[in-house]
Every structure is written in structure tokens, then in C-alpha cells.
Design a protein around this ligand. Structure first.
Ligand code: F3S
Length: 62
């Protein structure tokens, strides 16, 4: 699985690194970025929770 943050949609709310800091972090521009493009199996659930928790639906996981 891979995670991607759409920076045009992200409003920098900070929820995703709060939920899954192993995968998401805030970039210098104040918007989120996915650290690792490939999500380790044990982090898939947490990454999906972060996606579901994003208020503007900026995270894609597939
Ligand atoms: Fe941005 Fe959504 Fe994360 S708004 S900071 S991608 S929870």
C-alpha cells in the first residue's frame, strides 16, 4: 500500500501526523507529506485511520 497527500487539498490541520506519525509528517510549507511511499503492513490500519480522519479528504491510500 502507498499513501499520498494531495497538497492542493490539504489545509494543514495536522490530524494525520497526530494519528499516524510513522507515515505522515508536516512539511516545511505547513502541509502534510507521506514520509514513506510504501506503507509497512503493521501501519496500514493506522494510515487508513489518518486518511479517514482528514477533514478535507486529502489523503489517498491504495
Ligand atoms: Fe492535511 Fe488532512 Fe493531514 S488536512 S494535515 S492531509 S489530516
Amino acid at each position: 500500500m502507498k499513501a499520498k497527500v494531495d497538497k492542493d487539498t490539504c489545509i494543514g490541520c495536522g490530524a494525520c501526523p497526530g494519528i499516524c506519525p510513522e507515515i505522515f509528517e508536516m512539511d516545511d510549507d505547513g502541509l502534510a507529506v507521506a514520509k514513506d511511499s510504501v506503507i509497512p503492513e503493521d501501519l496500514e490500519e493506522s494510515a487508513q485511520e489518518a486518511r479517514d480522519g482528514c477533514p478535507v479528504d486529502a489523503i489517498d491510500i491504495d
